[in-house]
Write a protein that binds this ligand. Structure first.
Ligand SMILES: [Zn+2]
Ligand SMILES: [Zn+2]
Length: 898
């Protein structure tokens, strides 16, 4: 029975049904299996506050392609999903909800507030999981984890205690990045620095005895209320005599010293800077070196404290205005000049960061970073593309201690208790009943929670059951590849490597694939404020998930950013339709494919059969290599080129006419051969395309199974069909199928046919009309042998069998001409021939070739490209340039002869 497909592919109808079947049949699941090599990927856990955006769509498509391909290659594949509690972000969301109700977290109290957040999580926290399924993600959903679930909470406590006992976690009174809006400390990399137009104010500080004065320049005059010194560079001759003398701080009148510190840049401003150890990181260090007092003039809301004297209880900006006004009145404000400088903002709420002195917990990073650097240098963690390794290493080399405490409520509570009786500080995996030193029971837990990235740093092993020694850990750790965006190389990738090495004594993954960032078509980041985001769910609804995945992959060149507009997804949709239509023809024609005759002998094959098998082999190799090397666009492009150009446009077209002829000649054997080839090629095409476009290929696979369950044609190591394509085997390499000379012959045939079709179309030759064709190889041109292919050319070009006339001079009357490398093609148009039109057409072709030449020469003139590119590639580019030059000469001649 022939299988008849609907005439149009409708992803809306097909995709949810296919996904449900995959899930119901347990195809995504993985269990430890000592017989099979594992392939593990842990998902970058999306925030529970998140909704799927294009960045997620790209990130998860890449992961899904990797795991689907590996699954087909027979690996024990695990893609482990989960979500992140996203401390500050989630707390902000729930706080906003409370504010709408006229309440606040303070009113609710810690316990009730946390209940509220958990409620919010259970209602909205898995929204994004459903969206990932819509995209086709083949995660093992039975293993879904959450960074605050019980097991992961235990892992966090364990990690904290081990690092604490080793002295790698400590508590200190330090200057941290403080967000006065979120009222919490932030890690250095959670601060976003934005170039901002500001001012540089020059303020005169008089000597205590009135004998001299010093001019200081500052961008934050209000902080002078906390000044405890003025610093100059020790080498600066202007100030050398003043070092050690006393100044009188304007407005407050306190005496402060002039000190010399090498950190001061003599070239900045006046060369003398005010020192505010409690409110500036550089000043904090200077203060430590010189034993300066730290006077905190801002509180946790960034309002001035009592230390600010008459300026107490003001907002930061008000304080600035009042200070400047009073300085002006006192005649101490000498100059105000515009000044552009970087200002730190909170990455969550974008409030201006205030350096703030407080008690915080820190991770000592140097020893952890040293291990991570060593492992990377030894090649145990590899970046793709390799250029990101440098970025990652330079961050590790310059890393500062990591502030891990956050003054919020939603997160892992710091597992530290303080004894009220003897002041002992102890870290424990669970709440201790009594103090181990004095046996007192009056213990108080630290109120802070840990930075969200502390739990995500453990993700590759905490999700596999650590600290318990589980079979999962033994099987799946280290994981195989991590797929992420460059934006979190520091936040996440580096910290996972450090924690993996410290706690698991092994790297967490072997490969790190850094993909590009999705931008709008003008190259801008997509953001809510610009309103230029493209919603992947809308695109899936409109074009289908396969189309979204395919277009994203074709647009992703090795880690380059992806410029996107909704129309780009049409390419993916057109491709899915093309595959659907070609399959429709194949499936309609599979009738009468008896099992016993399935074996195909090589000697039965026609030239085009051997050609398409060679092309298939090339596509399998290129797709496999592209996936191995994390070059997803190469992999997608190779599969696309084969299926669209070679299979659909050529082979299927040729097959149609062969089937017609076999029927006319009543030759069932010839027809059966074509059908067997079609079934075999469709089978291989679907396998190759499956990782990128899983839905349409799975749907077609089902129909192919129904029409032709047994379709292995060649006595090679060919994988048998499986019920589900997602569990079918990846096509094995068959190098013996490659036939380079035959491919070269077909390439020329295709070019000839394309030119003839082009001329036919431009001069409106009706489809049914056969044109005369003359092929004129140039003298001495090295061309593939066309003799065996003349019938095929005639067939595809809609021409009479072509005449081959080498070395023809000029152009036969009534013929249009086209110029290929080493070959002229003449198409007989008779009365239709229009010399003026011909001239325009050839001139346009010449212009196009000249443009190509310009591009090609620019590339060859690019020294850095030539130096880096493999010699073989450069050679290819040179040969291409020479070919263009040859065509340009021939085109010019053809134009002259008109
Ligand atoms: Zn904030
Ligand atoms: Zn005690």
């Amino acid at each position: 029975m022939p299988v008849t497909l609907e005439s149009r592919y409708d992803p809306k109808r097909v995709e949810p049904r296919i996904y449900a079947a995959w899930e119901a049949e347990g195809g995504f699941g993985s269990r430890p299996d000592p017989e099979k090599t594992p392939y593990t990927v842990v998902i970058p856990p999306p925030n529970i506050t998140g909704a799927l955006h294009m960045g997620h769509a790209l990130n998860n498509t890449v992961q899904d392609i990797l795991v689907r391909a590996r699954r087909m290659q027979g690996r024990n594949t695990l893609w482990l999903p989960g979500t992140d509690h996203a401390g500050i972000a989630t707390q902000n969301v729930v706080e906003r909800e409370l504010a709408k109700e006229g309440s606040s977290r303070e009113q609710l109290g810690r316990e009730k507030f946390l209940e509220r957040v958990w409620q919010w999580k259970s209602r909205y926290g898995d929204t994004i999981i459903g969206q990932l399924k819509r995209l086709g993600s083949s995660c093992d959903w039975s293993r879904l984890r959450f960074t605050m679930d019980e097991g992961l909470a235990a892992a966090v406590a364990e990690a904290f205690c081990r690092l604490f006992q080793k002295g790698l976690i400590y508590r200190g009174h330090y200057l941290v990045n403080w967000c006065p809006r979120c009222r919490t400390a932030l890690a250095d990399d959670e601060v976003e620095h934005q170039e901002t137009d500001g001012w540089l104010w020059h303020i005169r500080y008089p000597a205590a005895d009135g004998s001299f004065s010093v001019l200081v320049a500052t961008t934050r005059p209000e902080t002078m209320l906390g000044d405890t010194a003025v610093a100059v560079n020790p080498e600066d001759p202007r100030y050398k005599p003043l070092v050690g003398k006393k100044l009188r701080l304007p407005l407050l009148g306190r005496e402060i010293p002039v000190i010399a510190d090498p950190l001061v840049d003599a070239g900045f401003g006046t060369g003398a800077v005010k020192v505010t150890p409690a409110h500036d990181p550089a000043d904090f260090e200077i203060g430590n070196r010189h034993n300066l007092a730290r006077i905190a003039i801002f509180d946790e809301d960034a309002r001035t404290t009592r230390e600010a004297g008459p300026y107490a209880n003001l907002d930061r900006l008000e304080a600035r205005e009042r200070v400047l006004a009073d300085l002006k009145k006192a005649g101490l404000l000498e100059k105000t000049e515009p000044h552009r400088h970087a200002v730190g903002h909170c990455y969550r709420c974008h409030a201006v960061i205030e350096p703030h002195l407080s008690d915080q917990w820190f991770v000592k990073m140097k020893p952890l970073a040293a291990a991570a650097i060593e492992a990377t240098r030894a090649g145990r963690v590899k970046f793709h593309p390799a250029r990101w390794e440098k970025v990652y290493l330079s961050w590790l080399e310059n890393v500062r201690d990591w502030c891990i405490s956050r003054q919020i409520w939603w997160g892992h509570r710091i597992p530290v208790w303080y004894c009220r009786s003897c002041e002992k500080v102890l870290a424990a995996r669970s709440a201790p009943a009594k103090c181990p030193r004095c046996s007192g029971a009056d213990l108080r837990q630290d109120p802070d929670v840990l930075d969200t990235w502390f739990s995500s740093a453990l993700w590759p092993f905490s999700t596999l059951g650590w600290p318990a020694e589980t079979a999962d850990l033994a099987c799946y750790y280290p994981t195989s590849a991590l797929v992420t965006d460059r934006g979190i190389i520091y936040f996440w990738v580096a910290r996972m490597v450090m924690m993996g090495l410290e706690l698991m004594k092994n790297v967490p993954f072997r490969d790190v694939c850094i993909h590009g960032t999705v931008l709008d078509d003008q190259g801008r980041k997509m953001s809510k404020s610009l309103g230029n985001g493209i919603d992947p769910l809308e695109m899936i609804a409109q074009y289908g998930a396969d189309a979204v995945r395919f277009s994203l992959m074709v647009l992703t060149t090795e880690g380059q950013d992806v410029k996107l507009s909704p129309s780009k997804f049409e390419m993916g949709r057109n491709f899915a339709n093309k595959v659907w239509n070609a399959s429709r023809f194949v499936l309609l024609n599979l009738e009468g494919l008896g099992r016993p005759e399935l074996a195909l002998a090589d000697e039965d094959l026609a030239r085009e059969d051997r050609w398409i098998l060679s092309r298939l082999e090339r596509a399998v190799t290129r797709t496999t290599e592209g996936l191995e090397a994390f070059r997803f666009n190469d992999a997608a492009q190779a599969a696309y080129d084969f299926v669209w150009r070679d299979f659909c446009d050529w082979y299927v077209e040729l097959a149609k006419s062969r089937l017609r002829k076999a029927e006319q000649a009543k030759d069932p054997a010839a027809a059966a051969l074509v059908r067997r080839m079609l079934a075999y090629l469709l089978d291989r095409s679907l396998r190759l395309l499956h990782p990128v476009t899983p839905f349409v290929t799975e749907e077609l696979w089902g129909h192919l199974n129904a029409a032709c369950p047994d379709r292995e044609c060649f006595a090679l190591a060919a994988p048998p069909p499986a019920k589900r394509l997602m569990l079918a085997a990846w096509p094995p390499a068959q190098p013996a199928r490659r036939d380079e000379p035959l491919e070269a012959e077909f390439e020329l045939i295709q070019e000839i046919v394309r030119e003839v079709r082009n001329i036919r179309q431009k001069t409106n030759v009706p489809n049914k009309e056969k044109v005369q064709l003359i092929l004129a190889p140039e003298k001495g041109a090295k061309l593939p042998d066309l003799a065996p292919h003349l019938d095929l050319i005639a067939e595809m070009a809609g021409a009479a069998p072509p005449q081959v006339r080498p070395g023809i001079e000029g152009k036969p009357e009534g013929f249009a001409s086209a110029v290929l490398t080493g070959l002229k093609v003449f198409v007989g148009l008779g009365e239709r021939h229009d010399a003026a039109g011909e001239k325009t057409r050839l001139a346009a072709e010449l212009a196009e070739e000249e443009r190509l030449l310009e591009r090609s020469e620019a590339r060859l003139a690019n020294q850095s490209f030539i130096a880096k590119a493999p010699a073989k590639l450069v050679e290819e580019y040179r040969a291409k340039r020479d070919e263009i030059v040859g065509r340009i000469q021939a085109l010019k001649k053809a134009l002259e002869s008109l």
